[in-house]
Design a protein around this ligand. Structure first.
Ligand code: SF4
Length: 279
């Protein structure tokens, strides 16, 4: 319990989410009740790795609660710790859409200068035939959107729900516009929401589809192989120790075992083929 209370302010634990879990284990309260893996729900911890994809070596390990926000918090912890301990900072970070939340992308792009090779989940696309946000052009110099009818949408600068700016068209412009049925048929004028960290999302979007991004997608398989190996070969489907510290210790030991195997395979390469044919 003492260990659980100590982790409440940590981004990989209690501070990751203020949602009250459905069930709390009385003997291990930091473990997360999860049904995310299909089948019956159970108490779990997440094992997070920071991997050098060039050599397939695990650079850092962090246990966290088994919720996405906590896993993203663990990624930040590992990136900062690796920089602090080894002076290593990745040029790019490969991750799935869970790491594409605007605050995480902003942290990577603006604070750390790391290229996010992360797909951005875009909910702004409309499927009712009206214009989507992508039909409006953003001008960063004037901080306005230009609509398909050639008008400007400006913002008052008020941040809604702590994360969104609203860019509004003038009612006069929209009333007189022939495109209104395709734009805002049920509203007096059109408004476009924009996340305060949208610039970082734009950077991530601009990288998607590039050669480097495709290479990163391919390299992600090395990460998935590490986790498959953990479960199938090292049989780490169940922890023997309790609490965040117990989970961390077991995950670190498993990562050491995996790194030793990897280093052995890197060092002990088979002799060149022609040497085998000289007999
Ligand atoms: S309805 Fe308004 S926002 Fe939409 S295209 Fe016309 S002027 Fe622009």
């Amino acid at each position: 319990m003492k260990e659980y209370l100590e982790t409440l302010d940590d981004t990989a634990w209690g501070a990751a989410s203020d949602v009250v879990p459905k069930f709390v284990s009385p003997s291990d309260p930091a473990a997360q009740w999860t049904g995310a893996h299909k089948g019956p729900a159970f108490f779990a911890y997440s094992d997070n790795y920071l991997i050098d994809v060039k050599f397939g070596v695990i650079v850092d390990v962090e246990a966290s609660r088994s919720i996405r926000q906590a896993e993203v918090g663990a990624a930040r912890t590992m990136i900062e710790r690796t920089e602090e301990r080894f002076g290593l900072k990745p040029e790019r970070l490969i991750g799935d859409t869970a790491y594409g939340a605007a605050p995480m992308l902003n942290w990577l792009v603006e604070e750390k200068g790391i290229a996010p090779h992360i797909p951005v989940f875009d909910k702004s696309q409309r499927d009712d035939g009206t214009f989507s946000r992508s039909d409006f052009r953003y001008d960063p110099t004037s901080d306005v959107y230009h609509c398909p009818g050639g008008k400007r949408l400006g913002t008052s600068g008020t941040v809604h729900e702590g994360k969104t700016l609203l860019y509004r068209a003038s009612k006069l412009d929209c009333n007189a516009c022939l495109l209104k049925p395709q734009c805002c048929p049920k509203e007096p004028s059109r408004k476009i929401p924009r996340d305060i960290h949208e610039h970082a999302r734009d950077v991530a979007r601009s990288l998607a589809g590039t050669k480097g991004f495709e290479r990163s997608r391919h390299e992600r398989k090395k990460i998935e192989m590490r986790f498959a190996h953990l479960k199938r070969i090292l049989k780490l489907g169940r922890l023997r120790l309790r609490g965040p510290r117990g989970a961390q210790d077991e995950f670190v030991l498993a990562a050491i075992a995996q790194n030793l195997r990897r280093l052995a395979s890197l060092v002990a390469r088979p002799p060149p083929a022609q040497a085998l044919c000289t007999a």
